[in-house]
Ligand binder design. Structure first.
Ligand code: SAM
Length: 341
């Protein structure tokens, strides 16, 4: 049918993120063998360059990934001294590949990794995972089936919710609307309340009302002793360049309710310390613009390497674009005190 849902535009935003990742990978900005297993572009036609994003976008995707990876690494290092394995929750995960990238590393001790998104996206992702031997191999051991009898090895995962969920020993994918009260309890049921926990919200909270994202942060912040969270979002939408960005989004039926309440990196950092979250839910926080990430987090050697991939003539335009994206983090608990960039 031709019926549309008010959330259709939001759900399609993953396509953008995934297409940008695919472009950055195919041009050599990022090394990620899992992108093409989790995302198929809608239509490329004969010309494979049609799948390539402009250089500015590729550089942004590279820096954004580097920044999130650096926060995740900072969290994993801080968690290493805990008797419990670190666990990660990715909100609005879309077709993100981070779980598989982490599982492929042998320097990482990871407990549960939980991804959530609308059922419309998790169904597609669950199917793609189930179809790929490479993706299934990372999910952990299957439960032993009976004793004595000769049985084929157990499938290491279960599919539920009419195909919209996939759960395994190490990984779970759940169909959840983060704005639904009580929905988060389903995530909590899969997690160890005593384990160090990281909550990733990469380009997700900006599609929710600020009250709703506050409730989500408050829920996680109050449930775990050692918890950290990282948020990636646009910022500075109140200036002239921001107005252009907002117009582009409006043209795609996206109005970004949450973007305006957090216009600066500082306000993004402060959202973790908002007293309305509850007393001491997060105790430390910080933020950096993607433009600062470029010099503070991306190494000189890596910046030199990617500068050879494509010609980028407008460094001023790059500064302008990268200044409108921010990575913010918050943490609580003695173990995770220093998590951040
Ligand atoms: N985090 C992924 C990444 O960075 O590649 C995907 C980002 S995409 C821009 C935003 C994602 O958030 C979409 O997959 C969308 O379906 C999801 N999302 C937005 N609002 C949500 C909500 N209320 N509940 C669950 N998922 C939501």
């Amino acid at each position: 049918s031709g019926s549309t849902h008010p959330d259709d535009a939001i759900r399609s935003t993953d396509d953008d993120a995934a297409a940008s990742r695919l472009s950055a990978v195919s041009l050599g900005y990022l090394d990620d063998p899992f992108v093409s297993l989790l995302y198929r572009p809608q239509r490329i036609g004969r010309d494979s360059s049609a799948a390539h994003k402009p250089p500015l976008i590729n550089v942004g995707t590279h820096h954004r990934t580097a920044a999130l990876d650096a926060v995740v690494d900072s969290f994993l290092r801080a968690s290493a001294s805990s008797p419990q394995s670190a666990q990660i929750v990715s909100l609005g995960a879309g077709s993100d590949t981070r779980f598989w990238r982490l599982a492929a590393r042998n320097d990482v001790r990871l407990g549960k990794y939980v991804e959530v998104d609308f059922p419309h996206l998790t169904s597609v992702k669950a199917q793609r995972i189930a179809k790929s031997k490479v993706l299934v191999a990372a999910l952990g051991q299957g439960e032993p089936v009976g004793t004595g009898a000769i049985v084929p090895p157990a499938k290491p995962y279960k599919v539920g919710h009419g195909g919209a969920s996939l759960t395994s020993e190490r990984y779970a994918l759940l169909p959840i609307d983060l704005r639904t009260p009580g929905a988060l309890d389903q995530i909590g049921a899969l997690l160890d309340p005593d384990a160090p926990t990281l909550v990733i919200s990469e380009c997700v909270f900006c599609y929710m009302e600020p009250e709703a994202s506050r409730d989500v942060l408050a829920w996680f912040g109050s449930r775990f002793e050692n918890v950290a969270s990282v948020v990636y979002e646009m910022c500075g939408l109140n200036d002239a360049f921001g107005a252009v960005m907002k117009r582009n989004l409006a043209a795609r039926n996206l109005s970004l309710p949450g973007a305006v309440p957090f216009p600066t990196p500082q306000s993004q950092a402060e959202r973790f310390l908002d007293p309305r979250l509850g007393e001491g839910v997060f105790t430390k926080s910080g933020a950096k613009r993607l433009w600062e990430i470029r010099s503070d987090v991306v190494s000189d050697a890596e910046r030199a390497r990617i500068s050879k991939l494509e010609f980028l003539d407008e460094i001023e335009e790059l500064r302008l674009v990268l200044s409108h994206y921010v990575v913010a983090w918050g943490s609580k608990g003695p173990l995770l005190d220093g998590v951040g960039l």
